[in-house]
Design a protein around this ligand. Structure first.
Ligand code: GDG
Length: 725
């Protein structure tokens, strides 16, 4: 029975040591809540750091045994590892860099080495605890190398990865000296999830520009493995924040709300961990400007500023703490009266019940990070207004949540004019408008909960695995290969149709460079010389090139996708015209003039524009331009446009590899037929052959072929074993 293995830096538990005795407190963050609510019957295991330094081996053993009962497996980290891997590389390199604070990015080789080593330590423990059929789900920026490390030991295991923070634009990401290793690590997963489409877009762009891999609707093919990249915006446990009293007790919550609201002032709340990404000083300064520019609100509005201590060992956090302390002190000292203080500042965390009460009591929430992966506080505030339908959210456009909470007042946190007018608008907003806006956001949050998030991620990962398993069953197995060999040997007349590029030879930037090597020539020669064999090279290439490279073998051939047919050493062509080529060439030449690195390939009855060496985005833009002009030019001509792998080709309609295949089928009767090809033009060949033919598609794409085979090397191996059988 497969299990679900969650791996995150922290386990959802806190260990406390009092007088030598160990106490365990479960800490149910969003992630744990989402996972606990998963409907799947999968047994769950969670691997992570328990948050305490435990060096004594006996004690480690005890903790391991205690936690195992809860399905938790601890990874013990030394003080040095915490310093270098967690506080160092994770929080001083990746965190600032991915949040666009490149001025804080620390480039330290020792941090990087520790990050690699701790990821490897996690991998060792994961590998010791997983089984090949398990589903693995790795979380967040501390463990970006882990997917590839697990993949190395378990090549076929299903691995998901979710990044909780932003993935920065390529221009930022490329600066990291360890960019290749990080991408390689992540791409070990089968599925990579982000909170927003922008993060996904940035990631795919980095994968393309750094790794050279192109995606197709978010799917990448890496070493014949599909990696699904998608958007899964994380939600919250809606009812928990809508009805906090159900957990914390009615008396406590209502009492708190009453106390908070007793002064009849407008309450603005601000809740974050102490972090420079959260834009706390900018928020405080905007609030100050508001009370200065709108003095009528002095005494009538209070900012409740909750800053939860975090990463206190990192220098920038200490500096930020000083800055916030100073700002709040100055503003309070300057504007407070005997009955009013403009800012109530708390540098600590609150128990859940008080937090729930605060949300409920507040009129406005100001959540204005400079960058934030998602921001769950914004969503929790909206949920807390389930009953009252009163409250306004001011939300930064730089938070992932802004993509979903579009009815909030959206601000640019660096634009203090915008921030001041947002506070004013929020205070003055009529209750009916508040209710309408809240209702829309609440309707969404009720559907897209954290449970929904976890289950859609897992469902997609499971579907992907099922798809792969099914694909694998199409891969030509050893047994099927043996049957093929037996049929081949038993047959008297055999037709063997082979595509050239991408099937017998790998791709090159310059199509002229794909000259056949000796191994291939030997294979083809042996095929040709075996009695009963009719070997046909069926290609999109022009006949001159095919003749130059393979002519001496005296094989049958189809060139230009069947425009030219070579049989008994003689080329023939059907009755088609090529007078249209002049006009199309003219259009293509203008593309080449504006697109350095691209070029035209002209064949007798077709003309192609290659853009393998230029930026993919630019190439696609040009193809779109070209299609429009072509539509106009060729309206009355019987032409077709084929879009291949970084090439677009115009040729006469009605001619394809299928027609060419039928030509040979009509010439003789065969008792063994085999066709191998890699791209969409080969599908016509597969479809033209009878059902009992061995049709084999190179790669895992959808196909009309009966079997799939992975890569040119495997095609070569198959052909070699046939000729040597
Ligand atoms: C990272 C990403 C992404 C806060 N103060 C108290 C308290 N909290 C709880 C909130 C909320 C959570 O902490 C904070 O979550 P956020 O999403 O706002 O921010 P990060 O911690 O930076 O989380 C972020 C998230 O991962 C999920 O993917 O949204 O963008 O940076 O749930 O309620 N809870 C209690 N007392 C407090 O004083 N009890």
């Amino acid at each position: 029975m497969p299990r679900l293995i969650i791996i995150s830096n922290r386990l959802p538990v806190t260990i406390d040591k009092k007088k030598g005795e160990l106490f365990y407190y479960p800490s149910a963050g969003g992630l744990a809540t989402g996972l606990n609510s998963l409907d799947t019957k999968l047994e769950r295991l969670w691997i992570g750091w328990p948050g305490q330094e435990i060096n004594d081996l006996k004690e480690q053993e005890k903790v391991t045994n205690d936690l195992r009962e809860e399905g938790l497996i601890p990874v013990f980290l030394s003080q040095k590892e915490i310093e270098l891997y967690y506080e160092g590389f994770s929080n001083e390199t990746i965190w600032p860099h991915f949040h666009y604070f490149t001025q804080y990015t620390t480039y330290n080789e020792e941090y990087w080495k520790a990050y690699q080593a701790v990821n490897a330590k996690f991998a060792a423990l994961v590998n010791a605890n997983i089984q090949a059929e398990d589903f693995v789900w790795v979380h967040d920026y501390q463990l970006m190398l882990l997917p590839a490390m697990i993949r190395k030991e378990f090549p076929n295991i299903s691995i998901g990865y979710f990044l909780h923070i932003p993935f920065p634009s390529y221009e930022i990401f490329r600066i990291l000296p360890w960019r290749e290793e990080i991408l390689e690590g992540l791409l070990g997963a089968d599925q990579i999830g982000f909170h927003t489409f922008d993060y996904m877009r940035h990631f795919l762009s980095a994968v393309y520009r750094i790794g050279g891999y192109e995606h197709n609707f978010g799917k990448l093919t890496i070493n014949n493995r599909i990696v699904n990249v998608d958007v899964f915006p994380m939600g919250i446990d809606y009812d928990k924040y809508a009805y906090p009293e159900r957990i914390a007790g009615k008396d406590l919550v209502l009492h708190q709300v009453k106390k908070l609201r007793s002064k009849k002032r407008k309450l603005i709340i601000s809740i974050d961990r102490l972090d420079y990404s959260k834009g706390i000083p900018q928020r405080i300064k905007s609030f100050e400007r508001f009370i200065v520019e709108h003095p009528e609100y002095q005494g009538k509005v209070t900012l409740i500023l909750i800053v939860v201590p975090s990463r206190t060992h990192v220098d920038q956090y200490q500096e930020l703490k000083d800055e916030v302390d100073t700002l709040v002190g100055r503003i309070d000292g300057q504007y407070r009266t005997f009955g009013w203080s403009p800012i109530q500042y708390f540098y600590r965390s609150f128990p859940f019940g008080e937090l729930g009460a605060l949300y409920k009591a507040a009129d406005i929430a100001m959540i204005t990070p400079l960058r934030d992966g998602m921001n769950l506080v914004a969503k929790e505030f909206i949920a807390s207004k389930e009953e009252s339908k009163k409250g306004v959210l001011i939300l930064s456009e730089m938070a992932g949540a802004a993509n979903e909470l579009t009815e909030a007042i959206i601000v640019n946190p660096q634009d203090s004019n915008d921030m001041v007018s947002a506070i004013h608008r929020a205070i003055e907003m009529p209750e009916s408008e508040q209710a309408t806006r809240l209702q829309k956001m609440q309707d969404r949050l009720k559907i897209y909960t954290v449970k929904h998030w976890a289950s859609t991620f897992m469902q997609e990962q499971m579907d992907l695995k099922a798809f792969k398993d099914q694909k694998k069953t199409n891969l030509l197995s050893d047994t099927q290969k043996e049957v093929l060999l037996k049929d081949y040997k038993a047959a008297e007349k055999r037709l063997i149709l082979l595509d050239y590029d991408g099937t017998l030879m790998g791709f090159q930037n310059d199509p002229k460079k794909v000259v056949p090597d000796q191994e291939l020539l030997d294979i083809l020669e042996k095929f040709k010389n075996t009695e009963g064999n009719k070997v046909v090279i069926i290609s999109g290439r022009d006949k001159h090139t095919l003749d130059k490279w393979l002519g001496h073998l005296k094989l049958d051939m189809a060139a230009e996708h069947g425009v030219w047919i070579k049989r008994r050493n003689e080329w023939k062509t059907p009755d088609v015209t090529n007078t249209w080529k002049k006009d199309v060439r003219h259009v293509l030449q203008s593309l080449v003039d504006r697109t350095p690195g691209s070029f035209i390939e002209e064949k007798d009855y077709s003309i192609a524009w290659h853009y393998r060496m230029i930026d993919k985005g630019l190439g696609e833009k040009r193809v779109r331009e070209f299609r429009d002009v072509l539509l106009y030019l060729t309206a009355n001509l019987d032409l077709q446009v084929l879009e291949g792998n970084k090439v677009v080709e115009v040729k006469n309609a009605g001619i394809n590899k299928g027609k060419a295949t039928s030509y040979w089928l009509m010439k003789d009767n065969y008792d063994f037929m085999m066709a191998i090809g890699d791209d969409s033009t080969d599908e016509d060949t597969f479809k033209a052959l009878p059902e009992n033919a061995y049709t084999i598609k190179v790669g895992l794409d959808q196909t009309a072929a009966r079997f799939n085979i992975l890569g040119v090397e495997n095609v070569r191996k198959l052909l070699t074993s046939i000729v040597e059988s």
